[in-house]
Every structure is written in structure tokens, then in C-alpha cells.
Design a protein around this ligand. Structure first.
Ligand code: URA
Length: 239
């Protein structure tokens, strides 16, 4: 793929298009060892070697991060008041990253952050029914009747009932720990499903989305790049 030099540098966080243009005119940008003179010069991202102010700049078209979202942070690209999930991704220079879907402010767990719109679209498409698995702690004793009602598809106040979902009870008591698998991504879906069976969610954490499983080594707030294998599975999974 070929790109204009000023776009290449701006995409890789070297500055705005006008800042990098200034550096090009100052001779601080080398392409294959020679000072570049024109911002519109075409760069082959596979074979050309670009240096900006003495440092090599490799072009990464897409970036993919797995974040263990902590509670208290919003799933947005920017927000005037709240800390956003993108502010936690400090190791990227890209300015076009976004979270794939949303977790509520108080929900923790797996969130994919990328700039790959096509993959995001595939994962979020309502037609594809990508599985999402959550741990939910609820107030009250979860029982087999709840399991049955989740399996049949609950009325959660929308035009259509929620699709059948799987509820596993891990422990039951004054508070119950459960695992829920849903196949859609409606607003507050898990909380509203429990509300429909008379229970309040007091803790919610996403463990899996399609082929992608939260790395148990990531503490809340930590992130890492996806491995090649994870990316391959995400891109090729059957839904
Ligand atoms: N369901 C919810 O209720 N909240 C989330 O954050 C995710 C799924």
C-alpha cells in the first residue's frame, strides 16, 4: 500500500499534517536515507524506510488491543467529564482508535480497542449474534426458574424479547454468582435481563466476546496487543 508522506507521519503520531510538513521542509524527514522534500511524496509502507527527526517510523495500519476495563471509566473516545477507555491506552500514537462496542461505566472486563472499522462492524453486527460471556453477581438467590426464563428469551421492555441466553449458576445465596452468555448487544442487556427476573446486578464483568477471551494476567486498567493467533481467530470465526 502507498500513502502520502505527511499522512504516513501524522497517522503514526509524529504531529499534525502541518507540523510534519514543516519538518519535511526543514529536512528532518529521511526516506530511504535521503531528505524528503515533498509532503505528497508516495511512501510504500512495506518497503520504504522512513525516519522522522532521527527516529525510524514503521507504519502500522491497524492496531488491536485487549483492555481489561476497570469500573469507573466510560467506553467512549472522548468525554468532557469522565475518564475514557482510550485514555488508558497510553502506548499508541494513533488518533483513530475506538472501543468495539460499549460496556457500562460500572462494568469491568474485556474490551477490544482498535482502528479496524471492518472488524468492529463484523463483531457488532446484530445479524452475526457474536457470543458475549459475562460473570454477573446478583442480589438474591438465582434458581432454575431463572435459567429457564433466560433460555426462553426474556421480555426486557423492548419491542422484541431478548434472544434466548444461557444462564449458569455458580453459587446461590443472598447474593448469587452466575455466568451469562448472550448473543446480542442491547443497551444494559444483562442488567435488564436480571431485572426481568426480579434481581439486581451488583457486579458485571465481560470474560469473552466471540473468539476473544480476556487474558487473566491483565489487572483492571491493563491492556496488551492482541496476538497474531487471537487476531486470526477473531477475523475468521464462524458466527
Ligand atoms: N450488559 C449490561 O447490562 N451492561 C454491560 O455493560 C454489558 C452488558
Amino acid at each position: 500500500m502507498k500513502l502520502r508522506l505527511d499522512k504516513y507521519l501524522a497517522d503514526m503520531g509524529c504531529g499534525t499534517r502541518s507540523q510534519v510538513k514543516k519538518e519535511i521542509s526543514r529536512g528532518s524527514v529521511l526516506v530511504n536515507g535521503r531528505p524528503a522534500r515533498r509532503p505528497e511524496e508516495k511512501i510504500d509502507i512495506e518497503s520504504d524506510c522512513v525516519e522522522f527527526c532521527g527516529r525510524g517510523v514503521t507504519y502500522a495500519e491497524y492496531e488491536y488491543y485487549m483492555l481489561n476495563k476497570p469500573a469507573g471509566v466510560v467506553s467512549a473516545t472522548e468525554d468532557p467529564r469522565e475518564q475514557t477507555v482510550l485514555e488508558l491506552i497510553t502506548g499508541s500514537q494513533r488518533n483513530d482508535l475506538f472501543p468495539v462496542g460499549r460496556l457500562d461505566k460500572d462494568t469491568e472486563g474485556l474490551l477490544l480497542i482498535t482502528n479496524d472499522g471492518q472488524l468492529a462492524h463484523r463483531l457488532l453486527s446484530p445479524k452475526r449474534h457474536v457470543d458475549k460471556v459475562y460473570t454477573a453477581v446478583v442480589r438474591g438467590r438465582a434458581d432454575e426458574e431463572d435459567v429457564r426464563r433466560f433460555r426462553e428469551g426474556l421480555d426486557i421492555g423492548d419491542e422484541k424479547p431478548a434472544l434466548p441466553a444461557q444462564l449458569r449458576i455458580l453459587s446461590a445465596g443472598e447474593y448469587s454468582e452466575t455466568e451469562v452468555t448472550i448473543h446480542e448487544g442491547r443497551f444494559h442487556q444483562v442488567k435488564r435481563m436480571f431485572q426481568a427476573v426480579g434481581k439486581e446486578v451488583v457486579f458485571l464483568k465481560r470474560l469473552r466476546m466471540g473468539a476473544l477471551t480476556l487474558d487473566p494476567g491483565l489487572a483492571p486498567g491493563e491492556y496488551r496487543k492482541l496476538t497474531e493467533e487471537e487476531l486470526r481467530s477473531l477475523k475468521t470465526e464462524e458466527c
